[in-house]
Design a protein around this ligand. Structure first.
Ligand SMILES: *Cc1c(COP(=O)(O)O)cnc(C)c1O
Length: 387
């Protein structure tokens, strides 16, 4: 008899034979520097909980109070009756935090990216996208009917040439991650801003890994580089340094009003629960009142990068809390990651298609919850790999 899903086991076997089959496991403790996973206690260098807020009691308390006030579910799209007090409070607090006219919250950073790109571009427009942009940006460019031009990673000369050939398009959009999640590199934001001004383009940036971590007030890399007023569309997420869930777009009031009317994931997806939005108000307050979290995080990252370099590891030339240890082949990445895991260290190996063939790496994500002892243990693990 015909099995409509009979083709799937074969595809899974193919992944298994390529050693690319992924499986999901359960973390049985709260997120943090030490977690219990697959039945073992591990030092965790794999989370994006950069400010160690995911399990912060203050976020829990804010969430509990919101549940008592507003209940759990939102029951509708934000555009209909789903937008409650906590979501409104968060959007107000976020606009203030980001120093923009307005802010809009989405159910995820993925939805914010995909839903914004699709809304602001259409047939006859052109999108320029860095080849290492996040999947949610790539999917946004695929949803859009605009022409898409992918430029080599951080290659502004290449991009400038593309822009010169783009005069026949109606609108031009340049879109980039600010801090690239896989290799920890930073986009040439000031040069991109120059290009958008010279070629009358829009600049949209995704601060997913930089919000809460960079900048005097913790707003991200645009703040750190002093170019916020040259970047009209800024996307971010609550799911990384802010320790919660959901995504956002900040900018001028007309942009936000336009997205409310045109962004499909905003219009056709149910608003997130009040508990999350309220917790994120608390998280923004902590980012503002406890700048030491990001300062200590950066100090630890710089120290660790230096130590790894001294041991002879290739750590690229980034300057962020994401430290790529470039190991080359897929076999090495897999073997090293497994050996570290045996030692109780969770450091994911990053392999194709996420990175190009031969550029595999171990990706260390630091959080301000990592102690000096944690870092020393990690270094001992890397020393062990060399013996
Ligand atoms: C994680 C991530 C997103 C998606 O955010 P979620 O809130 O997890 O959906 C978007 N962009 C980048 C660069 C990311 O790393």
């Amino acid at each position: 008899m015909f099995d409509p899903l009979g083709w799937i086991p074969e595809q899974l076997d193919l992944l298994t034979s390529l050693e690319r089959r992924r499986a999901i496991h359960v973390r049985t403790t709260e997120q943090g520097a030490e977690i219990h996973w697959k039945g073992r206690t591990l030092l965790n260098f794999s989370s994006n909980d950069y400010l160690n807020l995911a399990a912060d009691p203050r976020l829990q308390k804010a969430a509990q109070e919101a549940i008592a006030r507003e209940g759990w579910g939102s029951g509708a799209s934000p555009l209909i009756s789903g937008r409650g007090t906590s979501q409104e409070e968060l959007e107000t607090a976020l606009a203030k935090f980001e120093d923009t006219e307005a802010a809009l919250t989405f159910s995820s950073g993925f939805a914010a990216n995909a839903g914004t790109i699709d809304a602001i571009t259409d047939r006859g427009d052109v999108i320029f996208s860095d080849e290492k942009n996040h999947a949610s940006i790539i999917d946004g460019t695929r949803l859009s009917k605009a022409t898409v031009r992918v430029y080599p990673h951080r290659d502004v000369d290449y991009l400038e040439n593309l822009l010169k050939q783009s005069t026949s398009f109606r609108r031009r959009l340049i879109v980039t991650d600010t801090l690239f999640s896989m290799d920890g590199t930073i986009a040439p934001l000031d040069e991109l801003a120059d290009l958008t001004e010279a070629h009358q383009a829009m600049l949209m940036v995704d601060e997913a890994h930089a919000t809460g971590v960079f900048g005097e007030h913790g707003r991200g890399l645009c703040e750190q580089m002093g170019i916020e007023d040259r970047v009209p569309i800024r996307v971010g997420t609550f799911s990384k340094a802010l320790g919660g869930h959901g995504g956002f777009v900040v900018g001028r009031r007309t942009l936000i009003d336009y997205l409310v009317n045109r962004s499909r994931p905003y219009i056709f997806s149910t608003a997130g629960p009040a508990a999350n939005w309220a917790a994120m108000v608390a998280a923004l307050r902590i980012v503002t009142s406890e700048p030491n979290r990001r300062l200590e995080l950066m100090a630890k990252a710089n120290w660790l990068r230096g130590e790894l370099k001294q041991l002879g590891w290739s750590v690229g030339n980034g300057a962020s809390q994401i430290i790529p240890v470039i190991v080359g082949t897929e076999q090495r990445a897999t073997a090293f990651s497994a050996k570290l895991l045996e030692m109780g260290l969770m450091v994911p190996g990053i392999r194709p298609p996420t990175v190009p063939e031969g550029e595999c790496l171990l990706r260390i994500s630091l959080t301000c919850g990592h102690t000096q002892q944690h870092l020393d243990t990690l270094l001992a693990g890397f020393r062990q790999l060399q013996s």
